[in-house]
Design a binder for this molecule. Structure first.
Ligand code: TNX
Length: 505
């Protein structure tokens, strides 16, 4: 029926809801109007129906959006922030929530329940009562705009596609060896030089601060928080190429358009570098209403270990001083002196190798939590099938849709359960991905799996985890979802594990 699977859905007897020509959207409560406007836009785009929004009590046949305490899924009023109720009957469609975010996710469920081919009358929806709320507060997707640049319009299109899955964070990997994509007013050459190219000499590009603010606002209207990442001290060739003074020998390297990792590093203990780090973090924090600011810290293979620790501790303190909570890839857990509450992003395998588990646990011990992105299940740049042209295969086996679904974040790092997990994220690295069409083909349908893992109730505690997840049921719901992707023009890979319906149109 719906992806992610709702916590509780009871189909009810009785006649379906029929959207009549007179139907309106009746709103009540703070934020209901904003949600209703997005619903109206979605109905117009999906179904070619434009409904009036009225701040009046509902009439028979209306769609109702009510935001008020106690309107969420919990009868006792302990409404989780993003929960909602959705009741569909002959009389009305009624979305209730305690927050605008909850109501917006209710709208996304409604969109999936409306027949995809809905631009002919009459539009009918089967009666159902849904109580739904997320398992984790953080359900993320990541887009690497550094290896290949994607324009603000393309990122907005991406946001439109991820909200259907109730993904509520978009992590933007804004800088890497191959490109610097965010304007920093106090260091203009970062974008002038560092933003000028990409992998294989691909189109360069960057977001001006105004463009970035506009993206953040567009996301926020859709209850998506942007998490910006400046990757350091490694993955910094684009910055080093822009400012000779950041290099130990005072010589700027050439811009880099290859795909190796681990060769670049900022210096620790250098006065100019320290100023650079503070300026960048301050300007980025000023552009970011969200709580989280990502510092990277991965694959610093050419940073001496002691320098790495001192660097990330200092940079993380700068993030705290700028009023944000630092996030780092799990390698940052090597540093014992991170600010309390620093969030770690785990990217090792579903069965941890080397010191990955230990580094991840360090964040929990420091009072922080973890975002789980195991690369052998949640990395969307890994090939679907052996021999695929698009994607990488360094994890050793392809990431099929089934692989991206049959894992659980609470069963990766021993000792780390739901209470320590902020949520899940599926990153798309773009070394091989050059167009927004290819982005979508890598992301969908696998993001649906990670989104369901992040939203839906934890599976039974049975072993192995593969047996605890019902892939066949998931695949059926993905097949239905594909009709909505087709209608919206969202590309996706028609993987062999799903019984895809015929494409319409
Ligand atoms: C590892 S995982 C990286 C990225 C690459 C990616 C390719 C991580 C934090 N860093 O630099 O793009 O693998 O899959």
């Amino acid at each position: 029926m719906v992806v992610p699977r709702p916590v509780r859905a009871e189909s009810s007897d009785g006649s379906p809801f029929v959207l009549s020509p007179a139907a309106r959207i009746s709103v009540a409560g703070p934020g209901a109007d904003g949600v209703a406007r997005l619903l109206r836009a979605e109905l117009a785009a999906d179904c070619d129906r434009v409904l009036a929004i009225v701040d009046e009590p509902p009439a028979y046949g209306d769609i109702i959006v009510v935001i008020a305490p106690g309107e969420g899924p919990h009868a006792d009023g302990s409404d989780s922030d993003e929960g909602y109720t959705l009741e569909i009957s002959a009389e009305s469609v009624r979305i209730g929530a305690a927050t605008g975010a909850g109501a917006f996710w209710g709208v996304q469920t409604l969109r999936q329940l409306i027949p995809a081919a809905c631009d002919g009358n009459p539009l009918t929806i089967e009666p159902v009562r849904i109580h739904d709320h997320p398992r984790f507060a953080y359900r993320g997707a990541m887009l690497d705009v550094a290896r290949h640049f994607f324009t603000p319009a393309e990122v907005k299109r991406f946001i439109d596609a991820i909200v259907l899955l109730k993904v509520n964070h978009l992590h933007l990997h804004l800088t890497d060896d191959q490109g610097w994509r965010i304007q920093i007013e106090s260091w203009p050459d970062l974008t002038r030089v560092g933003g000028s190219t990409g992998v294989d000499g691909g189109r360069g590009g960057f977001y001006t601060q105004d463009e970035f603010r506009d993206l953040v606002a567009y996301a926020a209207e859709r209850h998506v928080t942007i998490v910006p990442e400046i990757d350091m001290p490694g993955h910094t060739n684009a910055a080093l190429a822009s400012y000779p003074g950041l290099n130990a020998d005072g010589v700027a390297p050439a811009p880099y358009t290859g795909t190796e990792v681990g060769f670049s590093t900022l210096q620790t203990g250098d006065a100019l570098t320290e100023r650079f780090v503070r300026d960048v973090i301050r300007e980025l924090a000023d552009l970011t209403p969200g709580r989280l600011l990502h510092l990277g810290g991965d694959e610093c293979l050419s940073t001496p270990p002691a320098d790495f620790v001192a660097f990330v501790e200092d940079a993380a303190r700068a993030v705290t001083a700028a009023g944000k909570t630092p996030v780092g890839w799990h390698e940052m857990g090597r540093a014992a002196g991170l600010p309390a509450g620093t969030v770690g992003q785990y990217w090792d395998f579903t069965t941890p190798r080397g010191h990955a588990a230990e580094h991840a646990l360090a964040f929990v011990r420091g009072g922080g939590s973890l975002i789980m992105s195991p690369s052998d299940a949640a990395y969307l740049d890994i090939v679907y099938e052996e021999g695929d042209e698009l994607g990488q295969d360094w994890t050793g086996s392809p990431t099929t849709l089934r692989r991206s679904f049959e894992w659980d974040p609470a069963r990766v790092v021993p000792g780390v359960g739901d209470a320590h997990i902020l949520g899940v994220e599926a990153p798309l690295w773009t070394e091989t991905v050059t167009s927004i069409e290819d982005v979508e083909v890598m992301v969908f349908p696998r993001l649906a799996a990670v989104a369901e893992i992040g939203w839906s109730t934890a599976p039974a505690d049975t072993e192995p985890v593969e047996a605890a997840r019902d892939f066949a049921d998931f695949a059926e719901r993905v097949a239905e979802l594909s009709e909505h992707w087709d209608a919206a023009g969202t590309r996706y890979r028609r993987v062999p594990e799903v019984g895809w319906p015929e494409k319409v149109g």
